[in-house]
Design a binder for this molecule. Structure first.
Ligand code: HAM
Length: 425
């Protein structure tokens, strides 16, 4: 036997039965996203590798360990499959000068992302995200942060995720992050020997990641440095901004927990960050996450006053965490049956006429007995079976069987497409 191929590790096929579930999820999501004024954007699945290195941060796990690079064959060129959407959307925003066209661009995207992770139950190498980015000049506004968070929660609830839990935090402005970073470094250096190997190696370049390290000894150091309530020393303006975000969320009836250790794994965040978990996924795996990125647009060559905020939800994780979403039955409208091989040309003509009229239809090209063809009509969940037998061919008629009502009648062939169209209304 010839060797069979298997799907690459960490990826999976989405077979037709599951696709109808995905279609239902995507169409519900699109409807909600549009009610919040977001418009869809589609960008390539690969980009210049330096776009990801510059935006997500050289020390982030995604850039350090998980970028799936493409061989370009040229020394000065390098590409990588996109590990997330934000960098590509900001690249496109700048390249297409969207800031000159609208004061706020509310964009959403749906599609595959790629990370070279060690595959686990809810960690894949190819996974899919639904994401939004709201980007614009002078758009740093606590209402926009709250709207984006409210939208993420709305989507998850509508898509059947039970009791999603929201954690939020603030990393402060870009200036706060610089001040806090050097202060934290100064403090952590006093306890360097108590930090785990990974934190010792990363605290020079991304000291914030020490704050969410799960290692017991690192947690103790963090408590010594920040105090037991672990609050970051934000500037009064950043504190006030974060309090306003919390007030808007409270007024909108959105439950949340402030989690001072939530720092996120990507470098571009400033001010508000958030993460949403769902019970069925286990405590460490988020169903979605996001936050504000005040300096990213400028760092990628755009104008200094342009900021953004957004999130991404993992579709595979939504499906795992949701108990409720079900797909609509997607049966055919008509299954055409030719009772003898010589009736097939007439049957094929009718089949094409039905399809051209927008009626979904199919037939068995390999023929077979009436019983086996009716069996196939059942399997396709067809609403009608349109049968051509000897009498029908002779009289230019068809037998039309309503499979749901189990009723059959003989009708003229001439206007059968119109008749079926009216009955399907
Ligand atoms: P992220 O936290 O890296 O953020 O990913 C967002 C979501 O994508 C996660 O919460 C999870 O549901 C899903 N996800 C991530 N990696 C995997 C994986 N290997 N397998 C399955 N699902 C996964 C971002 O991607 C940011 N771009 C979010 C954002 C948008 N921030 C601002 N705007």
């Amino acid at each position: 036997m010839n060797k069979k191929f298997a799907v690459p590790r960490g990826t999976s096929d989405i077979l037709p039965d599951a696709v109808s579930l995905w279609e239902e999820l995507e169409s519900r999501a699109r409807r909600i996203l549009k009610t919040y004024g977001y418009r869809e954007i589609r960008t390539p699945i690969y980009e210049d590798i330096n776009l990801f290195k510059r935006s997500l941060g050289q020390t982030s796990d995604v850039v350090n360990k998980q970028l799936l690079e493409l061989a370009s064959g040229k020394e000065d060129e390098g590409y990588a499959l996109r590990p997330e959407g934000t960098a590509s959307i900001v690249r496109s925003y700048i390249e297409n000068s969207l800031d000159g066209k609208e004061s706020l661009s509310k964009l959403f995207y749906l599609g595959p992302m790629f990370r070279g992770e060690r595959p686990q139950r809810v960690r894949f190498r190819q996974f899919h995200q639904i994401g939004v980015e709201a980007i614009g000049p002078n758009s740093t506004c606590s209402y926009l942060d709250a709207e984006v968070i409210a939208l993420a929660m709305h989507l998850l609830k509508d898509l059947g995720v039970q009791e999603p839990k929201l954690k939020i935090n603030s990393l402060g402005s870009k200036e706060d992050k610089t001040t806090i970073s050097s202060w934290l470094r100064g403090e952590f250096v006093k306890h360097k020997k108590d930090l785990c190997e990974e934190c010792q190696s990363r605290f020079d370049r991304n000291v914030f990641r020490v704050l969410d390290c799960k290692n017991e000894s690192c947690c103790k150091v963090v408590k010594v440095v920040l105090g037991t309530d672990l609050v970051l020393p934000l500037s009064p303006e950043s504190k006030q901004y974060f309090q306003k975000v919390q007030a808007v969320l409270k007024d909108s009836g959105i439950c949340f927990e402030v989690s001072p250790q939530l720092v996120r794994g990507l470098d571009y965040y400033t001010h508000t960050v958030f993460e949403i978990t769902a019970e069925k996924l286990g405590s460490q795996d988020a169903v979605g996450a996001g936050g504000r990125y005040g300096a990213l647009v400028h760092e990628l060559g755009g104008h200094e006053n342009v900021g953004g905020v957004g999130f991404a939800l993992g579709i595979e994780r939504i499906l795992l965490a949701s108990g409720q979403i079900t797909s609509m039955p997607s049966g055919l409208d008509v299954f055409v049956i030719a009772m003898k091989e010589e009736y097939q040309p007439q049957a094929f003509l009718l089949l094409q006429q039905l399809r051209e009229a927008g009626i979904s239809a199919d037939m068995s090209f390999s023929g077979g007995s009436m019983k086996s063809q009716m069996g196939r009509a059942d399997k396709t969940q067809a609403h009608f079976a349109l049968i051509l037998g000897e009498e029908e061919i002779k009289n230019n008629t068809v037998a039309l069987k309503d499979m749901r009502a189990s009723q059959q009648e003989i009708l003229p062939q001439a206007n059968i497409v119109e008749v079926i169209k009216n009955r399907l209304k």
